[in-house]
Design a protein around this ligand. Structure first.
Ligand code: FDA
Length: 320
């Protein structure tokens, strides 16, 4: 109920406008967001790299509603690629298609994405398309395939959310083309007609899909994570849930998958101890580092995932 409400609020433009101005809210969001500028984010990535982990930089933004906003977002993302290349940090990038105009002009979104993929290809860098909520699922799959099949971009991968009933089949289809996949549980509120309503089922599906990905990355089909942090292996297990992590590690051992072919990904500000532990064990670990002024929807989803975060936020507001 609370989760549903917070996810709903994350979409309210007026709430975004009002809350983004509160200094106290901004300071609290900094637990999960690397700052409002690219320079701040690059510094955070340097720190992450110093501990042996790589990053994926995400210029925050979604649901843009004008051509100007979408083109500006694409321009900033190309600049992120440029700064990664020139600063030498170990990172690639993640982006959302609604940030590039998907919601109101698919053609504009394609055009923006092509410009980013081309820029990243020139820098020999991988680009992850984040998966948003179900109204954008089909369009995201279809634009992704177009980029691979019609435009020949190999440097692009997708996200699978284990809460959808269809995800196992989607995964099989993507793996047939050796797609690099990040597996997550799913951060949005989805109807029971299309998504598992209970956490236990989402977790079981996560383990099952993760194992399929792991098996498919063995032998000649898989790749190791690249040393420069720009390319992930096929299988990226993105969770802070220790049981899911343990399952993936066991599945990899059963399948004979070497550690460098199994990446763990986590969000900036969450379970740092687990990130460092996996890194010490010899797995590639990538931290998702969001930055920018549009932190409100991202922050609300993080509050929705864990009620304790919301109480912390509210008690700080009251203490003010
Ligand atoms: P779960 O929610 O069961 O949490 C397990 C444990 O992790 C908790 O007990 C707690 O200790 C810790 N934890 C989890 N969330 C926390 C929080 N917000 N604050 C503090 N502690 C927390 N989703 C999506 O729909 N599309 C996408 O493209 C992506 N991309 C993405 C990239 C990466 C790198 C990650 C790690 C996650 C995503 N997600 C996502 C989000 C994902 O779907 C999911 O909502 C979160 O990862 C939380 O789920 P967990 O798997 O961590 O499990």
């Amino acid at each position: 109920m609370l989760r549903t409400l917070l996810i709903m609020i994350s979409r309210w433009r007026w709430a975004r406008r009002v809350v983004s101005q509160w200094g106290i809210a901004k300071r609290m969001a900094l637990r999960f967001v690397a700052g409002e500028t690219l320079e701040e984010a690059i510094e955070v990535v340097r720190g992450i790299n110093a501990t042996g982990m790589s990053a994926t930089l995400d210029f925050l933004g979604e649901d843009t509603s004008t051509e100007e906003e979408a083109r500006n977002a694409a321009g900033t993302i190309r600049e992120v690629v440029h700064q990664i290349e020139h600063s030498g940090v170990k990172s690639n990038i993640s982006l959302k298609l609604t940030q590039l105009g998907l919601k109101f002009d698919e053609e504009l979104c394609r055009e923006n994405l092509i410009s980013i993929l081309q820029r990243a290809k020139d820098a020999d860098m991988f680009v992850r398309i984040d998966m948003e909520d179900s109204p954008f699922l089909e369009a995201t799959f279809s634009i992704f395939s177009e980029m691979r099949d019609n435009h020949g971009f190999e440097n692009v991968g997708l996200v699978i959310q284990s809460y959808f009933y269809r995800s196992k089949e989607d995964t099989q289809r993507l793996l047939e083309k050796n797609t690099r996949i990040r597996l997550v549980k799913g951060a949005y509120k989805e109807p029971v007609e299309i998504a598992f309503p209970h956490k236990r089922e989402v977790d079981e599906a996560f383990d099952e899909i993760g194992e399929v990905m792991i098996i498919s990355s063995t032998g000649t089909n898989g790749w190791a994570a690249s040393e420069d942090g720009k390319w992930p292996p096929i299988t990226a297990i993105a969770t802070h849930d220790e049981k899911r992590v343990a399952y993936a590690k066991d599945a990899a051992e059963r399948a004979g998958l070497s550690k460098d072919r199994l990446e763990f990904q986590m969000l900036y500000g969450i379970r740092r101890n687990l990130q460092e532990e996996l890194c010490r064990e010899g797995y590639p670990v990538r931290v998702y580092v969001p930055f920018g002024e549009e932190w409100f929807p991202y922050y609300m989803r993080r509050l929705a995932e864990r009620p304790a975060n919301l109480w912390f936020f509210l008690s700080n507001l009251v203490k003010r």
